[in-house]
Design a protein around this ligand. Structure first.
Ligand code: NG1
Ligand code: MG
Length: 510
């Protein structure tokens, strides 16, 4: 796909509304108020108006969980909550560019100041959890990109005020919204008109600098989404997006997002953490390749070897690349079951033996990017989740694309796929938690067609597909049976934000 240009700079912030929607009048009053508040607080903090505002939204993943870093297709969409960042370029005093950064909520997110080195990458300490890390990550990605184009570039100094209303640690990717908006802001401040493709690439690199070896789904959804569509995102053999509408049904199909208020820190490395899953999938890919006698070239997944790449080479060897992807996936599922019989997982020794290398070699080649504490690697379960999830994404997409109208049978079928994803996440990928399971059960009982976790899991958010007429009942049931029992002291404000109806929204813009 030809890279799309981002909407160019506008002199007047009011014009920005017109770029989000065809008519500025369509902008909801609360959105307008938030933008106006950002500008007036900027004037209070820095004494002058900002030059521009960069924005990027959070996302909800409808289906395709934990498979982006295996380079399989996913189906997210941007949500209307977002990060907006007001920026003013100011003269550099001294030899290095400085960033002064504040938040509209300074009690929670205190103001900071730091410099941007012009000759090397900015340092980020992933172990020190600071809110500005994500802005720094955006700076890092943007500067890497700019230096590649102009090695002698001198970054400008900026004053920054940020406002984010994506709930943090909540599975709708506050981090990607923040990183994409920050990278966009830094590119713009340095007078660079970035394409969507470039913004995506550099935001993915940026986010990994904060210590999470993620795939590119969140950043793709944050950058490329279009209002009213789901974003079918392919990573293999190269990145490609397709805007997919949800066909009409007798009753409007609604996606409801409910928080569990259980947070998990993805940068940690325990047995139930993100990076370990990335490592397990990488090991599964290289072992499956070895046992099937196929050679894997490095690919652009986070650790360089993906299950999708194994799949391709394995099917190529069988001369079956013309077969439908669905049946190819059935074949790789079969070989996974045969070659990985052990439910209890595999030790480092066993894996090294498969690969004909020593344990230290195994560790330095595949387990050195971050600390891995596991004794056993559940290669069977992780690979089976990934391949079956890839298949469910294809089935979901096919159902949406083939039907002009979604009848009852199709709606239940789509719901069933979502429920199967949840089951696979719970059992094979071990990335759910009792609270998330419970919310899903409550929602299904109250009328959702399908319910599952969305995002990395171990807490975070859930997504539910339901007819519009059931929104009230499902929301009420989750409130009565989950929030008021589990969190009786939850403030009205938090409760009001806990459940949102996801309206597929626009991606990044200036
Ligand atoms: P969340 O937990 O929403 O940030 C993470 C990854 C995604 C993807 C999902 C699981 C980051 C930035 N994003 O999303 O790339 O792998 O988990 O499908 O870590
Ligand atoms: Mg995130």
């Amino acid at each position: 796909m030809a890279p799309q240009q981002l909407v160019p700079q506008t002199e007047n912030i009011a014009d920005v509304y017109a770029t989000d929607d065809v008519s500025a009048k369509a902008v909801a009053p609360e959105i307008k108020a938030r933008w106006q508040n950002l500008v007036s607080q900027f004037v209070q903090v820095y004494g002058e108006k900002p030059d521009f505002v960069a924005r990027s939204p959070g996302r909800v993943n409808i289906i395709g969980e934990h498979i982006d870093y295996n380079l399989y297709d996913v189906l997210p969409t941007a949500v209307s909550v977002d990060v907006i960042i007001a920026v003013k370029v100011v003269p550099t005093e001294g030899s290095e560019a400085t960033v002064k950064i504040s938040n509209v909520n300074p009690e929670k997110f205190p103001s900071r100041e730091f410099t941007i080195p012009s000759d090397k990458d900015i340092e980020i300490d992933p172990k020190k959890h600071e809110w500005i890390n994500y802005f720094k990550a955006g700076v890092l990605g943007a500067m890497k990109f700019l230096r590649k184009e102009t090695p002698s570039i001198k970054p400008v100094s900026i004053e920054v005020l940020m406002d984010g209303n994506v709930p943090p640690g909540g599975g709708i990717s506050s981090s990607a919204a923040f990183v994409c908006a920050s990278a966009l802001a830094v590119m713009k401040a340095n007078d660079h008109h970035v394409s969507k493709q470039d913004l995506l690439d550099l935001a993915v690199v940026s986010e990994r600098s904060v210590g999470v070896y993620s795939g590119g789904m969140d950043q793709a959804a944050s950058v490329f989404s279009e209002r009213g569509y789901l974003l079918y995102t392919k990573f293999f053999p190269k990145f490609f997006v397709e805007h997919v509408p949800v066909p009409e049904a007798d009753e409007e199909v609604t996606f409801l997002v409910a928080q569990s208020f259980i947070t998990s820190n993805k940068a940690e490395t325990g047995p139930r953490h993100y990076n370990l899953r990335v490592a397990e999938c990488t090991l599964a890919a290289v072992v499956l390749a070895k046992l099937n006698g196929v050679t894997l070239e490095k690919d652009n997944s986070s650790l360089g070897y993906s299950l999708r790449n194994f799949h391709e080479e394995f099917i190529r060897k069988q001369g079956r690349l013309q077969d439908p992807l669905e049946s190819q996936l059935d074949t790789v599922i079969q070989t996974t079951k045969e070659l990985f019989p052990q439910e209890q997982g595999y030790t480092r020794e066993e894996i090294a033996k498969f690969l004909d290398i020593t344990v230290p070699e195994l560790e330095s080649r595949f387990l050195s990017s971050f600390p891995v504490q596991a004794e056993r690697f559940l290669l069977r379960q992780r690979a089976l989740h990934c391949f079956s999830e890839a298949r469910r994404v294809l089935d979901f997409k096919a159902c949406l694309s083939q039907a002009k109208k979604l009848d009852e049978t199709r709606l239940h079928y789509l719901g069933k796929l979502l429920n199967e994803t949840q089951e696979s996440c719970r059992v094979d990928y071990d990335c759910s938690c009792p609270e998330v399971d419970q919310i899903c059960e409550i929602a299904r009982r109250a009328g959702a067609w399908g319910s599952r976790l969305t995002g990395a899991g171990w807490g975070g958010c859930t997504v539910h597909m339901l007819p519009k007429s059931k929104v009230e009942a499902v929301s009420q049931a989750i409130k009565d049976e989950y929030y008021s029992k589990k969190f009786p002291d939850l403030s009205q404000e938090k409760l009001a934000q806990a459940i949102v109806i996801s309206k597929p929204s626009n991606g990044s813009f200036l």
